[in-house]
Design a protein around this ligand. Structure first.
Ligand SMILES: *[C@@H]1O[C@H](CO)[C@@H](O)[C@H](O)[C@H]1NC(C)=O
Ligand SMILES: *[C@@H]1O[C@H](CO)[C@@H](O)[C@H](O)[C@H]1NC(C)=O
Ligand SMILES: *[C@@H]1O[C@H](CO)[C@@H](O)[C@H](O)[C@H]1NC(C)=O
Ligand SMILES: *[C@@H]1O[C@H](CO)[C@@H](O)[C@H](O)[C@H]1NC(C)=O
Ligand SMILES: CC(=O)N[C@H]1CO[C@H](CO)[C@@H](O)[C@@H]1O
Ligand SMILES: [Zn+2]
Length: 511
């Protein structure tokens, strides 16, 4: 036996054991199926295999077996679909396991955000998850005389009795870093620093799955400028980057004037995916274009603030996926983050902060695009963009199809938007029809079936999952069609610059 076989044997030994033990220890219930299925797929010796040389062909990772989830705690479509289709699993009240398929989508969201942040000169870093409560007292967000616990702030006390905050946001921490190196010469600014990390909120009532969880992934960007004008320029440039980012994702979104609330700044905008389950009420005046969060309106007012018309006000619910704030000196002054101005004197830095709820973005995309039964992804965030389905085991086309699968898989890697995006569903014990149903439920944007027609006529069945159409195409046309489907926008967004400008104006008037 060659030495090269050794790692495989060791790997198989470990996962073989887990594969036997898991079915025994896995919790009983509707989701039990996928756990065992997953482990079987991981084992190179016992997992189903296409043929001997298919190292490039990935097995589907997690397909739950009719995992119908019944629970009173499920109150949104996206939460139910994500549980039923093996994207997440609930761990506790407001906490979730993000399973491998969703992890791929999450990584895509992270890559997309990184790219758009880099484009505006933002640098990525990591702030500690634990922030000293002392810093929050200094900024005034944690009032010592209130005996500690403001709502929703998760706190922990270490063995030395020091109170630490597991924060939903990190203004104090980043500002304290800037203060520690102050004063820095004005020439070093603007400075744009961001992180993508786990944030915490001690929710009274976690709900809607990843949309309002106790623990969530968030991108938080903090910007520092030497004066208010620079701070405004930064605000514009980050908002433009957000517009490009959400435009690329392609889920319909609106930008509205927002409330500065607990952040204590002077200007704010929010980005929402309109949806019935959204917890924010948005108000739009069809006459002047003012678009804002209803929080900015007096409770009973049905009149537009800007043009004082009452017949033209529309209400709509939205899921907030991103937020932008100008904070000015709100944190830099109390925490002593200064720069050395051109006149040689220290001056407080002008700050802005800009969040994107990364895990919420995934759930909100599914919420908005999916049907009750089937997940739909924006192509930019789908875990895989193309699913290839192979003939059933024992069918007469089975062996003849194998070379076609390998060729198609490899050639698709060179199609734009396809590299690394193809998954082969080689669970050949299942019929093509059953696997097609699963692939549609999981919402891969393109499905290609290599069936009997591939052998007899060299024709392949290409499904555009977004519009539910299918065509039988020759090999060359199949490659072209896949590229075309992926290049087409799955949804037009409703965003317009007119609304933007009015939103800006409205915010300035209101605040
Ligand atoms: C899954 O479906 C099969 C056949 O439709 C059925 O026999 C089985 O009881 C179902 N399992 C669960 C956990 O619902
Ligand atoms: C989560 O906590 C809330 C509030 O205490 C409670 O109403 C709900 O039943 C809990 N859900 C679970 C799954 O434990
Ligand atoms: C494509 O071919 C398959 C297999 O013969 C057939 O079932 C299907 O109806 C065809 N689809 C179209 C759109 O012609
Ligand atoms: C696929 O469906 C989407 C949604 O209807 C559509 O916009 C797009 O043009 C289709 N792509 C192709 C290549 O037919
Ligand atoms: C959905 C997606 O990522 N589409 C991209 C496909 O490739 C073209 C050209 O590289 C891009 O412009 C699209 O954004
Ligand atoms: Zn108006």
């Amino acid at each position: 036996m060659g030495a090269s076989a050794l790692p495989i044997i060791i790997f198989s030994a470990i996962f073989g054991v887990v594969g036997i033990v898991l079915p025994i220890v896995a919790p009983k219930g509707p989701n039990r199926g996928w756990l065992c299925c997953y482990m079987a797929q991981m084992n190179p010796l016992i997992g189903p295999k296409l043929h001997q040389n298919t190292i490039l062909i990935m097995a589907p990772l997690i397909i739950p077996k009719n995992a119908t989830v019944k629970s009173q705690d499920i109150n949104s479509k996206s939460q139910r679909l994500m549980l039923e289709h093996g994207l997440i699993r609930q761990a506790g009240n407001g906490t979730f396991y993000l399973l491998p398929l969703l992890q791929r989508s999450l990584q895509k969201a992270i890559d997309l955000i990184d790219r758009h942040m880099e484009a505006i000169g933002a640098q990525k870093m990591t702030l500690p998850l634990l922030t000293s409560a002392e810093l929050w007292k200094k900024s005034g967000r944690l009032k010592a005389n209130e005996g500690g616990t403001p709502t929703e702030l998760l706190q922990t006390t270490d063995r030395h009795g020091k109170v630490q905050i597991l924060g939903p946001t990190h203004e104090e921490s980043i500002t304290s870093l800037l203060a520690a190196i102050a004063p820095v010469t004005y020439r070093q600014f603007p400075l744009r620093l961001y992180q993508i990390s786990t944030k915490f909120r001690d929710e009274m009532k976690p709900r809607f799955g990843l949309m309002r969880a106790k623990e969530f992934l968030m991108k938080d960007l903090y910007t520092f400028d030497v004066d208010r004008e620079g701070c405004r320029d930064t605000y514009e440039s980050v908002n433009e980057a957000y517009g490009r980012l959400f435009g690329e994702i392609g889920v319909p979104f609106v930008k509205v004037a927002g409330d500065c609330g607990t952040m204590g700044g002077s200007l704010s905008h929010e980005y929402h995916f309109p949806s019935e389950v959204g917890e924010d009420q948005l108000i739009r005046c069809t006459r002047c274009g003012l678009h804002s969060n209803a929080e900015l309106f007096p409770a009973v007012s049905e009149q537009c603030k800007s043009c004082i018309s009452s017949e033209t006000v529309e209400r709509q619910a939205g899921i907030e996926v991103a937020h932008a704030f100008i904070l000015e000196e709100r944190y830099t002054k109390p925490l002593g983050a200064t720069c050395l101005a051109a006149n040689g004197k220290p001056a407080p830095l002008q700050m802005g902060c800009y969040g994107i709820g990364v895990t919420r973005l995934l759930a909100a995309s599914i919420e908005v695009l999916s049907s009750e039964k089937e997940i739909r992804w924006p192509a930019a965030l789908a875990p895989y963009r193309v699913c290839l389905i192979t003939p059933k085991a024992g069918s007469k086309e089975e062996t003849q199809a194998v070379p076609w699968i390998g060729k198609l898989y490899n050639d698709l890697q060179t199609v734009p938007n396809c590299t690394g995006e193809v998954i082969v569903d080689d669970r050949t014990q299942l019929t093509i029809g059953k696997r097609l149903l699963d692939a549609r439920k999981l919402g891969y944007p393109v499905i290609v079936i290599v069936g009997s027609k591939a052998i007899s006529e060299e024709m392949f069945e290409v499904h555009n999952v977004t519009d539910g159409t299918e065509v039988n195409l020759s090999y060359g046309d199949t490659l072209t069609a896949v590229g075309e489907i992926l290049a087409s926008k799955s949804a037009k967004h409703q965003h317009s610059t007119v609304q933007n400008q009015c939103g800006n104006k409205a915010a300035q008037e209101v605040l």
